[in-house]
Ligand binder design. Structure first.
Ligand code: GKE
Length: 336
């Protein structure tokens, strides 16, 4: 990326954005960062950045303000979480379209050169994800449209709006569909956490209390793939530097069941044979999901390298440290 460009990162206090800003700063760019969260809840907060805390991007006047005098925009902002959150907060999730709409309008008015939108695997047709260990989803599998209720529709609608702003106004757009990104400096408690962090936390708690069981949502046979955050940022920056304005998977194809992931986490923790209390009434999402990465390989000449075990080891150690660190500002990483 041209290091003379000024970059705006929206949703800067969030998990993936914190890791993205770190990489952009290493590249030498000037960064403007904003988030609706107050300073104390930003997961990563860099001094050499123009930070705007408690800034609601559903308000177009804020979008106009921060897109002024920047060259590129990364829209990483949305009201979301794991299945525990998006299944129970559909109206709230849908309102992220206000952020996406206003930010695109402001980007057009302020002649932004390039605009990245973080979409999601939740945009995919749910009827193609009704079995375990499915074939990896290809980008065209988002149609006919039948995405995750609430959050998935918000992402699919916003993808299409990006395309129309490109077609009608010439804004260069880049769209990634993230497949369950995980890693350090993310939420692991409080209700918005996704499965990797949630299950790391549950194993750590079981180990600490010497409890022989952990609660698992669903029967544990449901399958997913999970991509480590550093790989997500690498893929995102390569996509941004490419000429591809079509939605692209940024995900892993190392598909595991939730029960298999728990075994990996037990192995990392040094305990084994935890009894799983399968809570069938808890939010489960789709039965199986995986990312087909042929398009990313072809266009970006890139594919992720880190195994789930390696990524979970880093994540587990970070969460364990956070949970035991004296006086840790634990609410920052567990805020729901
Ligand atoms: N969050 C969570 N917490 N999930 C659990 C737990 C737990 O303690 N125990 C088992 N699971 C199961 C869920 O029931 C679900 O079947 C699977 O793990 C993955 O749950 P998840 O990580 O919360 O979210 P999903 O992959 O189903 O969906 C997420 O996909 C992302 C994109 O790939 C969405 O919630 C968004 O975070 C995002 O779109």
């Amino acid at each position: 990326m041209d290091k003379n460009k000024t970059i705006l990162v929206v949703g800067a206090g969030g998990f993936i954005a914190g890791h993205l800003i770190k990489r952009i700063l290493e590249n030498g760019n000037k960064v403007v960062a904003c988030d609706i969260k107050p300073k104390e809840f930003w997961f990563q907060d860099f001094d050499n950045v123009e930070n705007h805390y408690s800034m609601d991007m559903k308000d177009i006047s804020n979008c106009m303000k921060v897109t002024n005098k920047v060259n590129y925009v990364f829209n990483m902002a949305c009201n979301m979480g794991g299945m525990g959150f998006i299944e129970n907060n559909k109206a709230e999730c849908m309102q992220s379209v206000l952020i996406n709409t206003n930010l695109l309008i402001a980007s057009k008015e302020n002649k932004i050169e390039k605009y990245f939108f973080s979409s999601s695997a939740c945009a995919y047709n749910i009827s193609k994800q009704d079995k375990v260990f499915i074939e990896g989803l290809k980008e065209e599998d988002a149609y006919p449209a039948d995405p995750e209720d609430g959050y998935g529709w918000e992402k699919l609608f916003s993808e299409r709006m990006c395309r129309h702003f490109f077609e009608d106004y010439g804004i260069q757009v880049r769209i990634a569909r993230y497949h369950n990104i995980y890693g350090p400096y993310g939420t692991y408690d409080g209700g918005r956490e996704k499965a990797p962090a949630a299950l790391c936390r549950k194993v750590i708690e079981a180990k600490k209390k010497n409890a022989g069981t952990i609660d698992v949502w669903g029967d544990g046979n449901q399958t997913r793939t999970f991509l480590y955050v550093d790989e997500c940022v690498e893929g995102t920056l390569r996509l941004f530097d490419s000429n591809c304005s079509d939605p692209m998977n940024i995900g892993s194809d190392e598909q595991v069941s939730i029960n298999q992931m728990i075994e990996i986490i037990e192995n990392i923790s040094g305990i084994s044979n935890l009894k799983k209390n399968h809570q069938l009434d808890k939010p489960k999402g789709v039965r199986g999901r995986s990312s087909n990465n042929d398009f990313a390989k072809k266009v970006l000449n890139w594919s992720y390298k880190m195994s789930l075990k390696e990524g979970l080891t880093k994540t587990f150690k970070w969460i364990e440290n956070e949970m035991t660190r004296e006086g840790s500002n634990i609410s920052r990483f567990t805020k729901s």
